[in-house]
Ligand binder design. Structure first.
Ligand code: HEC
Ligand code: HEC
Ligand code: HEC
Ligand code: HEC
Ligand code: HEC
Length: 454
């Protein structure tokens, strides 16, 4: 072939590829979907309930059905996020984007900012049946920031293959529903600063359960023998729609197994005992805590009780890693950036955690553009050390305890207790979030004994 011709063909190909690529990038722009559909393009969950009542009842008890209406969501969205975008208009897109995951229909209908939950609009349907069952694909390779593709209509998607028939709608089987990316489209989130502020599906992908093909559905939609529709077939492996997670104390309980042991069993006052706590994550398919990690707090408390009932709190031994100060409870203030949306100048912040000083905390600190800790994930410019407990990971902590001279001789009981809160307490109190959201829950505990001689 003529050399000049082949150069022309070659460069045309490159140009075409570049053009197609930029088109694709544009197509992936989240802003594109905003306001492209109408509420009436979607059926209500009550409509599906007519034939799928069991799934409807399960779903309506899960957070999925309250993603827009739940008290803390409403408070954070209106008091902090919407107010923040009013002060800083460059945040408007990110704040509209909250709805891309919490109430996708409102986002697609362009109903932004949606009415308050008490007004009873269709935004309240939150993550409804139609939202999930109209997802026909995910844009790109990584699922995040609501990059699902929703196409309203008579075709409902699911993964079961076979001769199913519904008098009401068409059924198309796709492997998307047995995989985890459909979940990742909302359970992975990047902040406007390009920081991963939610990465549940990515944590899963890097962990042991992905290799074993134990999907999100296995633990959050466990299968059982039941009918999937009133007039349908009984399957031995129907997928429940429980979606219970951190708001179910029964799901959280026992997530971590705890054991504590001393290095010596017999001692005297003034001597040193080193206690070792082993914390094994036996239950989660991602890290613990996961998801809204800016809000969640898990901590390990160790104390000793002597024969006279005196309690001695034992602080954790430092390991010396970078950023460790954020993983040990202390009496400092944080979350000053809330002052901006709240309209408080030079807001001094609230206490960082309010758990016993010296306790080990399993978390990632989120930092605002000024390097201060934040619970506003859309205002997160960087992350600190990731000191959470990975799936099937075991963390060990030591506690060096110098027995006080006034300790009562006899049996000394040493206890390890792990606690969990959905939201750091001082933030919950300050923003008047109902207490159930920051009530402490026991994850697990264990104790052992030492004998103290006079
Ligand atoms: C008039 C009854 C009826 C209504 C209303 C109805 N469905 Fe169905 N649906 C069925 C039947 C019957 C099946 C087939 C069940 C079987 O496999 O035996 C089915 C199957 C499905 C499946 C696939 C099941 C599988 O095994 O893969 C999905 C997904 C689904 N429906 C979603 C919905 C959604 C979402 C709505 C509300 C918009 C809805 N359905 C409304 C009767 C109904
Ligand atoms: C968060 C997304 C999500 C929501 C919300 C949701 N589903 Fe599903 N549903 C799924 C997934 C994923 C599967 C398939 C699981 C699999 O195949 O492993 C499924 C499966 C089903 C099936 C087939 C079950 C089976 O075992 O064959 C039916 C029927 C169904 N859903 C109906 C509903 C109805 C009705 C609602 C609302 C009350 C609803 N879904 C809400 C994600 C969702
Ligand atoms: C359209 C977005 C969307 C999709 C798709 C989605 N989720 Fe969710 N999910 C949410 C939102 C938003 C919440 C938070 C509700 C709240 O607390 O405000 C949530 C909550 C949950 C919870 C409850 C967490 C708790 O704190 O109790 C579980 C469990 C869960 N999702 C699992 C899944 C699984 C498994 C899948 C895939 C089959 C999935 N989700 C798909 C948006 C989604
Ligand atoms: C091996 C079982 C298992 C697998 C697999 C699993 N989870 Fe979980 N998940 C749990 C347990 C147990 C909890 C409760 C403890 C906790 O809050 O982390 C939980 C909690 C959650 C929560 C609430 C976390 C919070 O702090 O609000 C969400 C959301 C969630 N899972 C989503 C997912 C998604 C999405 C996947 C798949 C990418 C998945 N899970 C895979 C067991 C599992
Ligand atoms: C990419 C999807 C996505 C985006 C965007 C998103 N969220 Fe969420 N949000 C979730 C999921 C999924 C959960 C549940 C995670 C978990 O349970 O740990 C959640 C949890 C929350 C919670 C905690 C709920 C609880 O009861 O503990 C609040 C509050 C919240 N989001 C508010 C917001 C606000 C405000 C915005 C916008 C600035 C926003 N979200 C943007 C997906 C998203």
């Amino acid at each position: 072939m003529n050399k000049a011709l082949s150069i022309i063909i070659f460069s045309t190909l490159i140009l075409l590829t570049l053009f197609a690529f930029s088109f694709k990038l544009h197509g992936e722009d989240e802003g594109d979907k905003k306001g492209t559909l109408k509420y009436k393009d979607f059926q209500t969950p009550e409509y599906c309930q007519g034939c799928h009542n069991d799934f409807y009842q399960q779903w309506s008890q899960a957070m999925m059905s309250q993603a827009y209406t739940h008290h803390w969501d409403e408070i954070e969205y209106f008091k902090l996020a919407v107010a923040h975008a009013e002060v800083k208009p460059e945040l408007k897109d990110a704040v509209d984007g909250c709805n891309g995951c919490h109430t996708p229909m409102a986002y697609l209908a362009g109903d932004l900012t949606p009415p308050r939950p008490e007004e009873g609009s269709r935004a309240n349907e939150s993550v409804s049946c139609e939202v999930c069952h109209l997802i026909k694909g995910i844009e790109g390779d990584t699922a995040y920031n609501f990059n699902w593709i929703i196409e309203p209509g008579q075709t409902k998607y699911s993964s079961r293959k076979g001769e199913m028939e519904s008098p009401n709608h068409k059924i198309v089987a796709t492997d998307l529903y047995s995989g985890t990316k459909i979940c990742g489209s909302c359970h992975n989130e990047k902040s406007p600063f390009g920081v991963w502020v939610k990465s549940t599906q990515l944590e899963w992908e890097e962990g042991p359960y992905a290799d074993a093909d134990v999907t999100c559905q296995e633990c959050h939609m466990p299968d059982t023998e039941m009918k999937t529709a009133k007039m349908g077939t009984t399957y031995p492996d129907s997928r429940t729609h429980l979606f219970n997670g951190a708001h179910d104390p029964g799901k959280v309980r026992g997530t971590i197994e705890l054991r504590i042991q001393p290095d010596i069993r017999e001692t005297v006052p003034g001597e040193v005992v080193v206690l070792t706590v082993t914390a094994f994550n036996q239950k989660t398919g991602h890290k613990f805590p996961t998801g809204s990690v800016e809000d969640r707090i898990v901590w390990l408390h160790v104390e000793a009780e002597d024969e006279a009932g005196n309690i001695y709190h034992i602080p954790v031994d430092k390991k010396g890693f970078e950023g460790e100060e954020y993983t040990i409870a202390s009496d400092v203030l944080a979350y000053q950036d809330m002052g901006v949306p709240l309209g408080i100048e030079n807001f001094e912040g609230v206490r960082r955690e309010d758990v016993p000083i010296g306790d080990r905390i399993f978390r990632i600190p989120y930092f605002d553009p000024e390097g201060r800790m934040t619970i506003m994930q859309w205002n997160t410019a960087s992350l600190g050390v990731d000191y959470r407990i990975g799936p099937r990971e075991t963390k060990t902590e030591t506690y060096t305890f110098e027995l006080p001279f006034e300790i009562e001789p006899g049996k000394l009981k040493v206890k390890a207790e792990m606690y969990y809160r959905l939201l750091v307490k001082p933030v919950g109190e300050y923003l008047e979030v109902p207490e159930e959201e920051y009530q402490e829950q026991l994850v697990n505990n264990h104790s052992t004994e030492i004998t103290v001689y006079p």
